[in-house]
Design a protein around this ligand. Sequence first.
Ligand SMILES: C[S@@+](CC[C@H](N)C(=O)[O-])C[C@H]1O[C@@H](n2cnc3c(N)ncnc32)[C@H](O)[C@@H]1O
Length: 290
Amino acid sequence: MTLDVRAAFPTIKSCLDDSERILHDAGIDLPRLEARVLLTHVSGLSIAVQMGYPERVVEKAPLFHELVARRAAREPMSYLVGQREFWSLPFKVTPDTLDPRPDSETIVEAALDCARDRSARLRILDLGTGSGCLLLALLSELPHAFGVGVDISVAAANIAMENAKALGLGARAAFVVGDWGRMMAGCFDIIISNPPYIPANDIDGLAPEVSKYEPRLALAGGADGLTAYREILPSAPGLLTPTGVVVLEIGADQACAVSTLAKMSGLRVAPIRSDLGARDRCLICKIDGI
Ligand SMILES: C[S@@+](CC[C@H](N)C(=O)[O-])C[C@H]1O[C@@H](n2cnc3c(N)ncnc32)[C@H](O)[C@@H]1O
């Protein structure tokens, strides 16, 4: 019987070479980089160590290969490592929460621009909070603001609460399980929302990371993608202070339709903001005086 030394004592190099091939064949764009990230996650070996000591034996190779196989099945990297950076902050994410997107930072920037006095005691409402990334990013920039995050998913609301505590923002954030603003009363200075806005028939055509793994509740916006806006916008004026603003994420082709819904709800609409890819991404509206 011959001993397969490579299999018995897998080195950093052999682990990375094997995984790069597997991930490449699965259609992953940067297979070696992703393999390195998974290796760091599993073994704690930094990328500098991986590059400097390729012959070092990897102790947790079976766990590493298990994660590589899951990534090859197109499970999102953030679910495998349990974390995603957003607004330069670390957020716990799970299959119960949307994987926060860089484009959603446009919503945070727009809301901050609306909050002219950053030291004010602003009240913020985040409808469909998911991991809490939008609300908590805002609270990290607005030291005297208080925020309420609402989600219909109990599991998501719990993750958002965990993130608030981990970021040291728990004292200024509350999370509620509910259906958009239905249970809410009171006056908010800023309402933010990144609601589900993908038309139902489009979801299965998205990347497998999205269509197979992200929660449908976080994606599906009804037949035309606009169901959530039809719920959120009419109730917004009743939840805003007279000078309050609503800052909404929208799909790239939804500016016209969502602007119309906002106007039908008695709101004035500012020029649409674009994301980093120059796509329409953010609609700002107010009761008065845009
Ligand atoms: C697109 S995700 C956004 C999550 C997070 N705000 C972000 O930007 O990453 C939409 C969120 O809305 C929540 N949601 C869906 N329907 C809802 C409803 N009727 N009421 C409240 N939240 C809802 C989903 O559970 C999901 O967390």
